[in-house]
Design a protein around this ligand. Structure first.
Ligand SMILES: Cc1cc2nc3c(=O)[nH]c(=O)nc-3n(C[C@H](O)[C@H](O)[C@H](O)COP(=O)(O)OP(=O)(O)OC[C@H]3O[C@@H](n4cnc5c(N)ncnc54)[C@H](O)[C@@H]3O)c2cc1C
Length: 411
């Protein structure tokens, strides 16, 4: 019998991480990414707790550490820039507000892509247009015209997953808007930033700046409340209009940051939302990463869920002899409590930003013990089996056993 052929949709974080583990477990992997090249941009993402162990098992500890930001910590400031609070990167053993392993999302995506590009077929600028499954496989028609058959298909195509809509039902059924919108883009570092992230917040809105690229540029982030969100996630002009409108009149360095909106190379804006589904697979088709269980950027763990989940999903599928029903079910059993703890953190974080009205009753003291237990579950609350007996070709094992296929396009 030949190797199991798996098609993964999406080449951001979840897709390439899953491709790494699927390939190591012996599958033949194709990744299809709608964008014509690897997408840059985004703020920093963190690796905490068990995620660091998965990075180590991937053999990517050195590559990830080499690409991490050199953030010393975070400062919160008032409207005049006076420092109110200081958080250092080495607080809480490196697993605190700013994690010791903090890496720009685009840089992590590049590390994962570089690691897998020689053993995995990447197809950029295409997407699944149609899919039909039967007892033995899945026939896929690509928008670009190709038709191919795979044993399994996994959607790692993000919050707005096209595969989810195609197989499981409409977006509205699964995506829960948390009432906040985030935008990220880079600007020239004309602010003299050096190793420290600076944040200003007021009445539910916030602005943040951090130095990137040897401090020649800065990554800006804005967040603002929004009861609903009906801007097309591909309409960048409408997203920029919305950002200008909602951040109008906001103080600190905001007008200077907004002045660079039209010439930034890497704008990204999206609703803060979670994906809640009662199952993540249907037959031979599964969902993974934000597409299945987004915990929102406010959990600080979307990337951790993708990296840890990739290890578990590939491990469970291989341990089940690539039987989709058994493999996907075993994965869900392991992963769900970890996802739920992180989704709870995401929701709590959003709620904590709500500014109480001036005449509100003081809120009760939080139960710190329960909170710390929840944080521990969100960071470390999942077991990583060693999958002894399951094939493992090893990290950085050189050429794969099957000849490498060529990428249709390489950034
Ligand atoms: C440009 C960008 C910037 C981001 N910035 C941040 C950030 O600053 N902070 C943060 O916490 N999170 C950010 N995220 C989300 C973060 O990457 C995820 O929460 C987490 O890493 C899990 O990633 P994912 O791979 O499941 O989903 P995503 O990172 O959303 O990636 C989904 C991928 O699928 C591709 N895709 C979409 N539709 C299709 C389709 N039909 N067929 C094929 N491919 C498709 C997308 O182009 C994208 O590359 C960002 C995501 C993107 C794409």
């Amino acid at each position: 019998m030949g190797a199991t052929r798996v098609l993964v949709a999406g080449a951001s974080i979840a897709g390439p991480a899953l491709a790494h583990w699927l390939r190591r477990r012996g599958a033949e992997v194709t990744v299809v990414e709608r964008s014509p090249e690897l997408r840059p941009g985004g703020q920093a993402v963190d690796a905490r707790g068990v995620t660091k162990e998965v990075i180590r098992r991937m053999g990517l500890d050195a590559a990830v550490r080499a690409a991490r930001t050199e953030t010393a910590g975070a400062l919160t400031v008032d409207v005049d820039g006076k420092v109110l609070e200081t958080f250092r990167a080495d607080d809480d053993g490196g697993d605190g507000f700013i994690a010791e392993i903090e890496i720009l999302r685009g840089d992590l995506s590049q590390v994962l892509y570089d690691d897998t590009r020689d053993g995995v077929e990447y197809v950029f600028g295409d997407r699944i247009a149609e899919l039909t499954q039967d007892a033995d496989g899945v026939d896929v028609a690509f928008a670009g015209g190709d038709r191919r058959r795979f044993d399994l298909v996994v959607g790692a195509d993000g919050l707005h997953s096209g595969l989810r809509a195609m197989v499981f039902g409409p977006h509205e059924r699964f995506v829960r808007h948390l009432g906040l919108v985030l935008a990220f883009y880079s600007v020239p570092n004309e602010f003299g930033l050096d190793r420290w992230l600076i944040q200003y917040q007021e009445s539910g809105r916030s602005a943040l700046l951090r130095p990137i690229q040897d401090a020649t540029r800065a990554m800006a982030m804005f967040s603002f409340p929004s009861a609903d969100f009906d801007v097309d996630h591909r309409d960048v002009a409408a997203q920029k209009r919305l950002l200008r409108e909602r951040m109008a009149g906001f103080g600190w360095l905001t007008p200077r940051i907004l002045a660079h909106l039209d010439d930034t190379p890497d704008f990204y804006l999206d609703q803060v939302a979670q994906v809640v589904m009662d199952r993540w697979s249907s037959g031979r088709v599964g969902l993974f990463g934000d597409a299945a269980f987004s915990s929102s950027p406010m959990s600080g763990q979307g990337t951790g869920l993708a990296l840890v989940g990739a290890y578990l999903l590939a491990g469970e599928l291989a341990a089940a002899g690539w039987d989709p029903q058994a493999g996907f079910a075993a994965f869900e059993g392991r992963m769900r409590p970890f996802v739920e703890a992180n989704q709870e953190i995401g929701r709590m974080h959003v709620q904590s930003l709500d500014a109480p009205p001036p005449d509100a009753e003081p809120s009760p003291e939080p139960d710190m013990e329960a909170l710390m237990a929840l944080v521990e579950r969100a960071i470390n609350g999942v077991e990583l089996p060693d999958y002894a007996g399951v094939p493992d070709s090893g990290a950085l094992a050189g050429p794969p056993t099957t000849p490498p296929m060529t990428s249709s396009a390489r950034p």
